[in-house]
Design a protein around this ligand. Sequence first.
Ligand code: NDP
Length: 459
Amino acid sequence: MASPSTTENLVVVGSGPAGYTAALYAARANLAPLLITGFQEGGIPGGQLMTTTHVENFPGFPQGILGPELMDRMKAQAVRWGTRLLEADANQLDLSQRPFTIQAQGQHLRSHALILATGARANRLHLPQEECFWSRGISACAVCDGATPQFRHEPLAVVGGGDSACEEAHALTKYGSHVHLIVRRNRLRASKAMADRVLANDQITLHWEHEIVALQGDDWLAAIELRHRPNGATTTLPVRGLFYAIGHTPNTGLIQGQLPLDGDGYLVPQRPGQPDTAVSGVFWAGDLADRRWRQAITAAATGCQAALAAEAWLTEQNLAVPVSRKTPEPEPAPTPPKVSPATEETYSPTALWQQGSYALRRLYHDSPDPLVVIYTAPGCGPCHVLKPQLRRVVEELAGRVHAVEINIEAEPHIAQQAGVSGTPTTQVFYNKELRQQWRGVKQRRMVRAVLEKVLSLGD
Ligand code: NDP
C-alpha cells in the first residue's frame, strides 16, 4: 500500500460525543482534524446515542432531544469548524512508529497525534427478536430512556445483578408501576449498600436464578419469558420495558497489545483523570476508558480534555501545522432539508428526493428511472446514518434515479404492503420490479455500486 503524502496533525477515532467534541475543539484550534467515524465495528457511527430515543439529561435541551438528532448536531458543529470525516472503520493502528499509522478500509493514514474515542458497547443477550424490540421496549440505559412516556406506569424489568442493574432498578421505580430484577445467580454482584437498597424496596421484585429466554409483543415489547435455571420451569412476565445492565465491552481491540488495558479490556489512562495514555501523543476520550460514568456529557467532557491536551502536546513538540481560515467565522452549518409528504399539488416527477405514498405511487407507475424507496422511523438512529448517504448518491447520479422516503409510523399500511418489518429498509425498483432490497446501513460506495448496477442493466 502506498504511503500517504501528508501527515495529519490529529486523527480522532470514533464518532460518539467524545469523538465529535474532541474534533470540534481541535478544529477550532485550527488543527483540521480528521475524524474516522467508524462504520460497523463497535456499533454504528454516532455511537450509543444513535440507538437511544429521548435524551433528556444533556444540558441545553430543556425539552429533551432524540439521541440521533443530538449526534447529527454534534457532527454538524464539528464539521462546520473544519473537521474532515472519513466514513470507515479504522482497522489497524501502529503506535510503535512516529508519525503513527492508521489503516482504515484500504486507506493508509499518518498522524502526529491521535485521540482514541472508540467507546464501548452495551452487552446484549442476543435473544431472538432482540433487534426488533431494541428501542421499542428494550434499552441499555435506564438513565437515558427510563422516563420515556411508553414506560410510565407500566411494569418494567431490568436484567443483571451488578451496581448498574441495582441503580437502574431503583431509578425505574420513579417511572414504572413495578420493577422486576432478573438475576441469573442466587446473589447480587452489586455493592452491599446498593443491594440493600434494592432488597428493601417493595416496588422491586427479584427473580433469582432466572434467565430471559424469549420476548413477546407486536410493535412494542409486551412480555418476557423467564426460565428458572435450577428446574427449567418457564413463566411469562408482562413488561413494557426491559433494561439491559449486564456490563459493557469497551471497543479497544485496535490498541490491544499497544496500550495497557485492564482485565475487562478498558484502556488504562497514564494518570488517573488525565487524558494521556502510556504513549505520548495518544490521548483517550469517552467510554473506552470509563467503566463508571458512561454518560454522553462525561464522554463529551473527556473529548474536550483530550483535544486541549493534544493541542498542547503538538505545540510543545513543534509538530502542529495549523490551517489558516479564510474568514474567522465559518459558514453556518447547513440545516437539514425539511421534506413534507408530497401531495397532488407538490409532487414533482423530476424531484430527486420526495416523501410519502403519493410520490411513491406516482413514481412507481410513471417514472422510467430506477426508484429508491427508503422506509424510516422518526427515532431510528441507523436511518439518520443511512439517509444522508443515500441522498448524496441520488444527487451524484444527477436525475437518473429518484428516491422516496416512507415514514412507517405515519404510513404503516405502506410498510406492511411492502413487507417491511424494520427500519431502515431500502428497496430499489426498476420497471416496477423489485431489483434490490437491504435492511440497515450501507456505506455510500456500496449504495452507489448497487444503483449503478441497476442503471447499467437498464441501459
Ligand atoms: P458488572 O460487570 O459489575 O455486572 C454485570 C452484571 O450482569 C452481573 O451481575 C452479571 O452476572 C450480569 N450478567 C452478565 N452477563 C449476563 C447475562 N448474559 N445474563 C444475565 N446476567 C448477566 O457491571 P455493572 O455495569 O453493573 O458495573 C460496572 C462497574 O461500575 C462496577 O465496578 C460497578 O461497581 C460500577 N458501578 C458503580 C455504581 C455506583 O457505585 N453507583 C453504579 C454503576 C456501576 P454475574 O454476577 O452472575 O456475573
